[in-house]
Write a protein that binds this ligand. Structure first.
Ligand code: NAG
Ligand code: NAG
Ligand code: NAG
Ligand code: NAG
Ligand code: NAG
Ligand code: NAG
Length: 484
């Protein structure tokens, strides 16, 4: 009987608890960081619910500037009252909410709502703050979008590989931006950013990296969210570009992989050391066993052969592991090196081979102190004019030049190399004593920087005759490094 009456009382209390609100609670709160642009209206949607026994004394809205706190508006006894200098710009939204129109840059800062509630004769204050960030132009640090490439390769732990990272920014959003960017690759693909952090969107490129221009831009329909006005939608500063050099990017991935491989190899070598120890231990065991041979000859022989087998197996395992591991690790690098070789060969074909030149002296009729006419040895020697004897430099760069003339008589002679008529080298050859027929060969070689269009030739102070075999008299011009 006593038990039943207690249960009834409990049910009544429970029912009234479901029908009423016991205390103050927030029903809606703005995001911790609110973004707006100059000239727009911003709203702070604070909404709350108070308990039946609670009496709302007043609601205040405050702005915390850098130096002081200002009361913007308040509701007292049910009346909304705004304060200067906000009188014309603020309005109340559903209970605790506030709207601020014609936002200015100086409005950036912390905004709070304070709800003062009376409960059973005592005063309780409920406060909530948000940060307002105000943008103008483009919400980046210098009003333009910039893209760049990280100087070193980055390890992507989710893909387990080295990558090249591009960044697009630098946005001033204090939190996650309400927008995203679109990347365009040199092959016209439009991949999504791989992440956003600290004002930058990122795009990671994995091997094989394609070189060329990568761009990022904000989609048109999101431009108003970064405070760009419609008249500026076609501004080129809204697209950022970064030129990725394929050879350099691949090279830095290779370097990073090489570093990893070296560390892996060191580990493997240590493992090998342990296996070596095991083999050595077996060998020393064998030696011990051999010492007992006299006592138990047959058994020992068996053990020995078993040990030999074990040793062989261990060695085989070690060799297999090393071979497999090395092949597996080296395969991508080998491909990459081949591809780089191909690129280098292509560059050589474009610049180098065109300029490689060897001319051979054929014409014995030489005019003193005038270009000596040689017969080109190669089909590719199109830059050598055999009617004038002048070699025209095809591309600017560093060249290696060597020449030799071999007089058929014992004479004193010199041979000069001239560039655009200006002497750059002289080879002098004296008469050889007690020699009737032969002089010395007259030769020189040098490396020099030449400009495209320069005219190069050799000339001599003696009209000849000279020996004319290709190994006796020649002129060789090779491009070593073209200018960029
Ligand atoms: C806004 O409030 C946060 C947290 O209280 C504080 O760290 C920040 O300095 C404030 N900013 C301004 C402009 O008052
Ligand atoms: C990259 O863009 C610049 C400027 O638009 C252009 O001059 C250059 O040729 C481009 N490079 C490549 C490899 O497309
Ligand atoms: C080899 O023998 C030494 C000495 O008994 C021992 O410390 C070591 O752990 C052994 N190594 C292996 C791989 O069994
Ligand atoms: C390099 O060029 C050779 C011959 O043109 C070709 O067979 C090979 O696939 C190329 N290698 C790479 C990695 O591009
Ligand atoms: C050599 O050149 C001179 C002057 O140009 C010319 O008079 C002479 O006939 C030439 N001799 C030969 C063998 O070509
Ligand atoms: C100059 O070159 C042309 C074309 O290769 C050749 O026909 C001609 O015989 C050459 N002349 C001399 C003097 O070597």
């Amino acid at each position: 009987m006593k038990m039943t009456s207690w249960l009834t009382t409990f049910s009544i209390v429970m029912l009234s608890a479901f029908g009423t609100t016991w205390c103050f609670e927030w029903e809606s709160l703005p995001e911790p960081v609110v973004y707006s642009c100059v000239g727009r209206e911003v709203t702070f949607p604070w909404e709350f619910k108070a308990g039946d026994a609670e009496h709302i004394r007043d609601i205040r809205w405050l702005f915390d500037g850098i130096f002081d706190s200002t009361m913007m508006a308040a509701v007292t006894d049910g009346y909304f009252l705004s304060h200067a200098p906000y009188s014309q710009r603020v309005g109340q939204l559903a209970n605790g909410g506030l709207a601020l129109s014609d936002v200015k840059l100086a409005d950036a800062g912390n905004y709070s709502v304070e709800v003062n509630v009376e409960v059973e004769g005592s005063l309780v204050s409920h406060r909530h703050s948000v940060l307002l960030q105000v943008g103008d132009g483009l919400m980046t640090q210098d009003g333009t979008l910039t893209a760049s490439q990280d100087p070193v390769a980055l390890w992507d732990s989710s893909e387990q590989q080295w990558t090249i990272r591009l960044t697009c920014g630098r946005f001033t959003f204090l939190g996650q931006p309400p927008v995203h960017v679109i990347w365009t690759t040199p092959t016209m693909e439009t991949p999504a950013s791989s992440g956003y952090d600290n004002g930058h969107f990122y795009l990671t490129l994995s091997s094989p990296v394609v070189g060329g221009n990568y761009t990022c831009h904000i989609p048109h329909h999101l431009l108003s969210d970064v405070c760009v006005t419609e008249s500026n939608y076609d501004n080129p500063a809204l697209t950022a570009r970064v030129l990725v050099c394929e050879v350099k990017a691949r090279m830095s991935l290779l370097e990073a992989e090489h570093r990893t491989l070296k560390a892996d190899n060191r580990e493997l070598r240590q493992q090998g050391q342990v296996q070596d120890d095991a083999i050595r231990n077996l060998t020393s065991e064998n030696t011990e066993l051999r010492q007992h041979q006299q006592v138990q000859d047959d058994d020992i022989r068996n053990l020995k052969s078993e040990n030999m087998e074990l040793r062989g197996e261990l060695q085989q395992t070690l060799t297999d592991t090393l071979t497999h591991y090395t092949n597996y690790q080296l395969e991508p690098i080998r491909n990459e090196v081949h591809s780089l070789w191909n690129i280098t060969r292509e560059l050589e074909r474009l610049h180098g081979q065109r300029a490689a030149q060897k001319a051979e002296l054929r014409t014995p009729n030489i005019t003193v102190d005038a270009p000596i006419k040689m017969t080109p040895l190669q089909q590719t020697a199109s830059d050598y004019d055999n009617t004038t004897g002048i070699y025209t430099v095809p591309v600017s760069g560093w060249y290696s030049v060597a020449y030799q003339l071999f007089p058929r008589k014992n004479v004193w002679v010199y041979v000069d190399l001239l560039n655009n008529g200006k002497r750059v080298a002289r080879a002098k050859c004296d008469k050889v004593e007690h020699e009737k027929e032969y002089s010395q060969t007259c030769h020189s070689s040098l490396t020099l920087h030449l400009q495209a269009g320069d005219g190069l030739w050799i000339q001599s102070n003696w009209a000849g005759p000279y020996w004319t075999a290709p190994w006796d008299s020649f002129l060789t011009i090779v491009l070593v490094t073209p200018d960029q």
